[in-house]
Design a protein around this ligand. Structure first.
Ligand SMILES: Cc1cc2nc3c(=O)[nH]c(=O)nc-3n(C[C@H](O)[C@H](O)[C@H](O)COP(=O)(O)OP(=O)(O)OC[C@H]3O[C@@H](n4cnc5c(N)ncnc54)[C@H](O)[C@@H]3O)c2cc1C
Length: 376
């Protein structure tokens, strides 16, 4: 059987995994990364990402999330690294919200291992939170947190160990798609491939201009808050959480002696005009929004962050990613616009991209991720 030669453009969250999954199939795979795998200048910086299965975005993701978990655990076994820690996670919101309806639907339809915890019991188990009288609290046991930079680094390393080539500090400047192949251009020349996988994250529309109407780049911010009683916020005592009402926010336990990481709602993320010139300065009014969350919901945290950092992400109009063939020739696969919730899915999406590159189809993808739902 003749295996195609495949280029992967962008070795971040999904690209590093796609390279690993292609190399695992014995394909000749070549990855291009404008920085070095594991850098913190795009969508995967900030030391931690939430992994959850009772999915507030849409219960239809549950099979893909379980597939992702299986592949995370495979990467851990192959690399010997600890990347996914399943501590459980709290989903907090009001009974009638769409988010909580999707959480309950995930549990009912797919039997996600989860428990609704009565308010008085939640207050006793997690005294770190200032729960509200109308809070509904679900403990998703198929959940925890990931280490993003390490994950990207280990996936790219495993890919190289399995024969892939990694070009670091090499920006792809153009893709020429022809009937007989794809030419990938960089500052030092061009190379021909049978197929290209575009996983350029916030830069996706710079590589494939047709994505521009559907992928807008925004700047999520993370802030780290120290605790007066640090042991209360260790991962074994303080599971990650998402609160959807009345304030939309999420948090990750203190890792490696750092503070608790908090993030705010997607609507607070400011637009980025050009991903090449992300402004990483976070003005005081943005910091104040974080201070309010810390003060309102976590009485034991100091309300002033010890660190604040800005990242980038591509968002689609409907909040679901674009995963699949990018245009008519069948020679380009895209994974982009993951809309603030794609890291946990990265190995499953990388594997789907590898399916498309090698077989032209994938049994694991979801209709709601089909790029064909948008014209052009
Ligand atoms: C602050 C923050 C918190 C988040 N929290 C969560 C969470 O808790 N759970 C979750 O599941 N998701 C979360 N997300 C979303 C998740 O991190 C993203 O969906 C995911 O990282 C996107 O992956 P990607 O591969 O599309 O982009 P990236 O990881 O950014 O990868 C793109 C790569 O392409 C490279 N590149 C771009 N252009 C070129 C080029 N022309 N040539 C060569 N290389 C190129 C870039 O340098 C980069 O390395 C969060 C995102 C942010 C920003």
């Amino acid at each position: 059987m003749i295996r195609p030669r495949v280029a992967v453009i962008g070795l971040g969250s999904v690209g590093s995994m796609a390279l690993w999954r292609l190399a695992a199939r014995g394909v000749e795979a070549v990855g291009y990364e404008r920085f070095s795998p594991g850098h913190d200048r795009s969508a995967h910086g900030g030391e931690s990402r939430l992994f959850r299965t009772a999915y507030l975005e849409d219960p239809g993701y549950v099979p893909l999330l379980r597939r992702a978990r299986e592949l995370w655990q495979r990467l851990e076994a192959e690399s010997g690294a600890s990347l996914l820690r399943l501590t459980g996670m709290l989903m907090i919101g009001s009974a009638g919200s769409d988010d909580m309806a999707n959480v309950f639907s995930s549990v009912e339809r797919y039997g996600v291992d989860a428990e609704t915890v009565p308010l008085h019991e939640a207050r006793a188990r997690w005294p770190q939170h200032a729960f509200r009288e109308d809070d509904v609290i679900v403990l998703d046991r198929e959940a925890g947190y990931l280490r993003p930079e390490l994950s990207v680094l280990h996936a790219a390393t495993r890919a190289r160990e399995r024969g892939a080539i990694v070009h670091r500090y090499t920006t792809v400047t153009a893709l020429d798609v022809r009937d007989d192949g794809v030419r990938v251009r960089t500052g030092s020349g061009s190379e021909r491939f049978d197929h290209a996988v575009v996983t350029a994250g916030p830069w996706a529309a710079k590589v494939l201009a047709g994505l521009a109407p559907y992928v807008s780049v925004r700047r999520p911010v993370s802030a780290w808050f120290p605790a007066r009683t640090p042991e209360l916020f260790a991962p074994e005592r303080f599971p990650p959480f998402i609160r959807s009402t009345p304030t939309d926010c999420y948090g990750v336990p203190a890792l490696d002696g750092s503070g608790v990481k908090l993030g705010l709602s997607e609507k607070d993320n400011r637009p980025v005009d050009d991903p090449d010139s992300l402004d990483r300065h976070v003005p005081i009014d943005e910091v104040d929004a974080f201070r309010k969350v810390a003060a309102d919901y976590f009485p034991d945290l100091f309300a002033d962050p010890i660190r604040v950092s800005a990242y980038m992400e591509g968002y689609t109009p409907d909040g679901h990613g674009l995963v699949g063939p990018a245009e008519g020739s069948g020679r380009v696969t895209v994974v982009a616009g993951l809309s603030g919730h794609g890291f946990k899915l990265a190995p499953a999406l990388g594997d789907i991209a590898a399916d498309y590159a090698v077989d032209g189809t994938s049994a694991h993808t979801l209709d709601l991720l089909d790029p064909g739902r948008y014209p052009g």
